[in-house]
Design a binder for this molecule. Structure first.
Ligand SMILES: Nc1ncnc2c1ncn2[C@@H]1O[C@H](COP(=O)(O)OP(=O)(O)OP(=O)(O)O)[C@@H](O)[C@H]1O
Length: 233
């Protein structure tokens, strides 16, 4: 299996405060990897560091065989790394279709028609404005926008956050579709059941460092191994 993303011992600071103390993991092509950890463990900072939205002080990030540690965000994005942030960033005055097509990159196989066929739930609200959607609909819309960009790696930050259970299920179905499309995904998720359902592997963060990594099958067979790092102190 080919490694598409390799993170080696990255350290990231907010001012003088160190948020990441050595995060190391890899993601193979076509894999879904879930980053898990308590609140404040460094999951969002890890995604932002990969995208160079936070400056990485030491350590290396390799993407598709290239060292991208010193690259700027727009260059990394152009190489095919796409972040769907937890803030969702829906344009409230644009329609769903316009919101999605804002992400469309010339030559992307994920045209509006293809996205609608792949994620038919969007048809239910495709003509509405971004500001008229529920949180779950917005989340699905911004994931579709990420898809339109034809990413080589999709970074998803807490897609189920704050959603009603029925929309958590809908988002989980979108993740399964992405998996069927053989997309490479890094998923930050508090909903453990959903994360283990969709991910091939999980990487555990604690206090800004990677502390364990295992397949989802191993995690399901040995829940204590996970709980040790996820239970509230
Ligand atoms: N803008 C910021 N300024 C200062 N410190 C920050 C900032 N953002 C995050 N931190 C700190 O960095 C550490 C890692 O935070 P991060 O948001 O990456 O964790 P997380 O695992 O994504 O948690 P959550 O699930 O709560 O979002 C925490 O100690 C947090 O307080």
């Amino acid at each position: 299996m080919k490694t598409l993303l390799q993170i080696d011992a990255i350290e990231t600071f907010y001012g003088k405060s160190q948020a990441l103390h050595g995060v190391t993991f890899h993601v193979n092509e076509g894999e879904t990897v879930a980053l898990l950890g308590r609140n404040g463990a460094g999951k969002t900072t890890t995604l932002r560091s990969i995208m160079a939205l936070n400056h990485v002080a030491t350590g290396r990030v390799h993407f598709a065989g290239q060292d991208i540690s010193a690259r700027e965000t727009h260059e990394i994005a152009r190489m095919g790394m796409t972040l769907v942030p937890e803030t969702r960033d829906a344009f409230s005055l644009l329609t769903v279709e316009e919101n999605i097509m804002l992400g469309y990159r010339e030559g992307s196989p994920f045209t509006l028609d293809r996205i609608m066929n792949l994620l038919p739930i969007i048809k239910e609200f495709r003509g509405r404005k971004g500001g008229e959607l529920s949180g779950g609909q917005q989340q699905i819309m911004v994931m579709a926008r990420g898809l339109a960009m034809n990413p080589r790696v999709l970074l998803l930050d807490e897609p189920s956050q704050g959603l009603a259970p029925v929309m958590v299920t809908a988002v989980a179905e979108v993740l399964q579709k992405l998996k069927q499309e053989k997309l490479t995904v890094v998923l930050v998720e508090q909903n453990l059941r959903m994360a283990l359902n969709v991910a091939d592997r999980v990487v555990l963060l604690e206090d800004g460092a990677t502390v364990d990594s295992m397949t989802s099958t191993e995690a399901l067979a040995d829940p204590e191994r996970l709980e040790k790092h996820l239970a509230v102190h």
